[in-house]
Ligand binder design. Structure first.
Ligand code: SAH
Length: 277
């Protein structure tokens, strides 16, 4: 598998208020500014930022803690190098409450407020690796144009931004949409757009998408997602499976002749709900 295009390093420590608020009537957008730095200067600033922000008990070098998490993911069978590299880069502890930061690199789901949870790293890695096995991603070596439903705290959006050309991420809870915007404000990966609204409708203005990923599970996949999926694209969504009596990861490939469905691992995601709140 080829590597995704090179990106500016992610430094979520530098929260510089790059987010732009817009009126509630229109989707809220986040267009992170790109900052050009000399690579060495970047590395030094990143080190200083890590030292400033590393929570107690995590140790000053959160890169080492992340690399242990990546080793565990690898040992668990995740083989997709771009995904592993993204996990090594994005600082998960910045996306959870300070009180939970010392659990951020364990393979556990964590509360992010408003009764929602961030999925455990092994499940996120599994989903992203499955997305990478879609036709478009295999050919291009990146996820292309991504739609994420359920921004939550923004962690997976940060990973997706490193693995794609562009990301639209939708969240129905204003409190979490705002939190993600703050968490991602220092994000320096290319084209990441946060939208506040009901993700069951997808986001038609930027369709079609080559990769669609849902972080909340419903009884079936909304028609809008299938309509907005490009031919050659892949969708992955936790979906209720009547036969198994629980949620499973449903993978849908859109081909010229129609859609092909595959059912994978049993999972436990928060419910996909209607409307914005
Ligand atoms: N990817 C997220 C995980 C968030 S949990 C992260 O990295 O943090 C799932 C999220 O889906 C919740 O925040 C929930 O509010 C959101 N959600 C549920 N139904 C939704 C819908 N119809 N549209 C948009 N977001 C939805």
């Amino acid at each position: 598998m080829t590597r995704p295009p090179p990106r500016f390093p992610l430094d979520l420590g530098r929260v510089q208020g790059t987010a732009r608020a817009t009126s509630a009537a229109s989707p809220e957008l986040l267009r992170p500014q790109r900052h050009l730095h000399h690579a060495a200067q970047d590395a030094q600033q990143q080190q200083q930022a890590s030292a400033r922000h590393a929570p107690q008990g995590l140790g000053l070098d959160s890169a080492a803690v992340r690399s242990r998490m990546v080793q565990r993911l690898r040992a668990d069978g995740v083989r997709c190098e771009p995904v592993l590299q993204a996990f090594a880069q994005v600082e998960r502890h910045r996306f959870v409450d300070t009180a939970l930061a010392n659990q951020a690199y364990e393979d556990t789901s964590l509360p992010i407020g408003l009764q929602q949870t961030i999925s455990k790293p092994s499940v996120v890695a599994r989903m992203l690796a499955l997305l990478f096995e879609g036709e478009h991603a295999r050919q291009q070596g990146h996820l292309g144009r991504v739609l994420e439903i359920g921004t939550g705290c923004g962690y997976q959006a940060a990973l997706l931004a490193l693995l794609s050309r562009s990301v639209v991420s939708i969240e129905r809870l204003k409190g979490l949409h705002d939190k993600a915007r703050d968490n991602l404000a220092g994000q320096q990966a290319g084209d990441l757009r946060l939208v506040y609204g009901d993700g069951r409708l997808g986001h038609a203005p930027r369709a079609p998408y080559t990769s669609i990923v849902a972080a909340a599970g419903g009884d079936d996949v909304p028609v809008a997602w299938l309509d907005q999926l490009a031919v050659g694209g892949r969708l992955i969504a936790p979906t209720h499976d009547a036969e198994r009596g629980g949620q499973v990861l449903l993978v849908i490939d859109k081909q010229a002749e129609g859609v092909v469905r595959q059912w994978h691992d049993a999972v436990h995601f928060v419910p996909l709900q209607s409307g914005a709140a």
